[in-house]
Design a protein around this ligand. Sequence first.
Ligand code: ADP
Ligand code: MG
Length: 361
Amino acid sequence: MHDVMEGYYENVIDSVGDGVIVLDNSGAVTFVNPAAEEICGVSRRQAKGKRFSSIFSGSDLLLEMVEKTMATGMSVSDHENVVMRRGGRVVPVSASTSPLQMSDGERGGTIVVLRDLTKVRELEAAVRHADRLSSLGTLAAGLAHEIKNPLGGIKGAAQLLEMELPESHEMREYTRVVLKEVQRVNSIVEQLLALASPGKLKLDKVNLHQVLGDIILLQKHDTDCRGITVHQFFDPSIPPIVADESLITQLFLNLIRNAIEAIGEGGTLKVTSRIVYDYSMSQRGEGRARLLAVDVADNGPGIAEENLEQLFMPFFTTKPTGTGLGLAICQKIVSEHRGMINVDSHAGRGTVFTVSLPLLQ
Ligand code: ADP
Ligand code: MG
């Protein structure tokens, strides 16, 4: 009976999602459950019988907690600043230590409970990002409102001045600059507003190939001047999608503009549409979801590895006169359409941005 129960309790502890490590009174490891093996990157066999301090020498805080519990018999709970090093990776962990009380009232050792906080931290980071965006949004909306009115005044005055000047007057150069720069500030304000505005989609049936074709045509003057070859490969079986046409236009215009700006002179821009199947985005228990994928590919300089993470952050730009708002807006539009945007880029070899949007069956 005793043995059966022992096996039973061992199964219970093995099945707990938190890592459990038990030490005897001398500080030697007597038990490690699978979750603890996973969190610490140490196998049960490696750890058993070894001194705890020799196995976890990298985590000072955890050693201190264990020492305190061993010395005083007191619990130390939920320390959130513990980190484990697992194969070169740092794992954030919350740890608790408590004394193991035997039935005769003696202390039989120390129990260490560990919880992997990686997912929690990722979620917190996502929430912080969303928070930052929404407070940026409120600020931007207010600011944009304040800027737009005086900007309208400047524009009107410059236009009046231009009308007063004779056609060939040298001062016309200055009014032209004023009007051009007003236009630039206006477009930054518009982009900020686009990023800040709460997502209200005007849904309609959209012919995606028409949208993409129009954008490419609109850029034709620029691509011709730069000697950029444009290829389009559209899958004709793709049905119209339900989407907000003006936002979808803005999305692909931003991506195509970025590709053109990255290429500079010469080079090739390739826009492809295709249907893909995805298991992770299935809805209502269907086996897999049917998605529409659009690739915008260029053979420009590519994106440096260290920039990949910040790409979608507002104001991240490597261009002298860039706003860094384009991709942030793209990401917002894609997520409002319940899609995904991915980037695949290698420095020196070019860049592919892929937008996937759900297709109704
Ligand atoms: P902006 O175009 O104003 O710089 P974006 O948000 O559109 O802002 O882009 C942010 C940055 O991402 C760019 O400054 C550039 O460094 C990088 N980037 C975007 N698209 C590409 C691309 N196709 N090739 C290389 N770098 C790119
Ligand atoms: Mg851009």
